[in-house]
Design a protein around this ligand. Structure first.
Ligand SMILES: [Zn+2]
Length: 275
């Protein structure tokens, strides 16, 4: 187990608090930065002053808004093996307790590593910070684990609610472009867990989760999120196939004839050099 070397400082000021445990993904020489709601373990050289300020501002706003939005569905740091439902009961949105997360550990590395969240906190690579990966991982951490596509869909959808669509193109418009180009892919958990998720899969998952929440409400969605994998029928009284058909029908009914984002994303997707 690794611990941050604060002993000398503690000795000087007579502090009796325990040493801070270094998360497994942190650089051995990480610098600790403690701010309200977060403990950052920053690899030396990963952030200049401006990037550090931007990251702290993003994390502060994201945490405040996500806690408000998630309400009693918060399950900070609750990561379970796949196939282990967290709860069979939907959270009580009216009277359920408001969960307050302890400070979230945030590891920042210099390399463009794979950003992720787990029971230890979130880990982000500095080169990905401009794409709001810190907010995406914070959704995972605060909401706790679930199964594909609903876990990634929620992270993508809420990151869009916080900061707007990636490159300015909303998820539902992206989904419409994939549909029209016959690239809609699959939301089958077996395939997504087995083969991994492409950028397209993330976008479609985000659009699907957004549609589920906006059509049927948060309470039902979190019943699905915390429950058994693929239990669409138990929650919505509709099978997976029916729900997906309704989702794609809603995407197909969007008015896009005069939507500049639609044509811009289509151009990005069909120009291999641009996306
Ligand atoms: Zn994710």
């Amino acid at each position: 187990m690794r611990w941050l070397a604060l002993a000398s400082l503690c000795g000087l000021i007579g502090c009796t608090s325990p040493p801070v445990r270094l998360p497994p993904d942190a650089a051995p020489d990480a610098e600790l930065l403690t701010v309200e709601g977060f403990r950052l373990f920053v690899e030396p050289g990963a952030l200049d002053d401006e990037a550090e300020e931007q990251l702290l501002a993003e994390l502060r706003v994201a945490r405040e808004r996500l806690e408000e939005w998630l309400g009693p569905a918060m399950s900070p740091g609750d990561f379970r093996p796949r196939g282990t439902p967290r709860s069979h009961c939907p959270p009580d949105w009216e009277f359920g307790p408001r969960v307050v997360s302890p400070p979230v550990p945030v590891v920042v590395r210099r390399a463009a590593l794979r950003c992720h969240a787990d029971g230890h906190g979130i880990t982000v690579g500095a080169p990905h910070l401009d794409a709001r990966h810190a907010s995406h991982e914070l959704v995972h951490y605060l909401a706790g684990s679930s199964w594909h596509p609903v876990d990634e869909g929620l992270a993508v959808y809420l990151t869009e609610r916080l900061w707007g669509g990636d490159r300015g193109v909303p998820l539902r418009i992206r989904a419409r472009v994939y549909r029209d180009l016959n690239l809609r892919g699959t939301l089958d958990p077996q395939v997504l867990h087995g083969e991994g998720m492409s950028r397209r899969d993330y976008d479609v998952a985000g659009a699907f989760v957004g549609w589920l929440i906006e059509s049927y409400g948060k309470a039902k969605f979190f019943e699905l999120y915390a429950g058994a994998e693929r239990n669409y029928y138990g929650v919505y009284r509709m099978g997976e196939r029916d729900l997906l058909d309704r989702f794609w029908h809603a995407i197909g009914a969007l008015e896009v004839q005069d939507d500049g984002d639609y044509y811009r994303f289509q151009a990005l997707l069909t120009d291999l050099s641009g996306f």
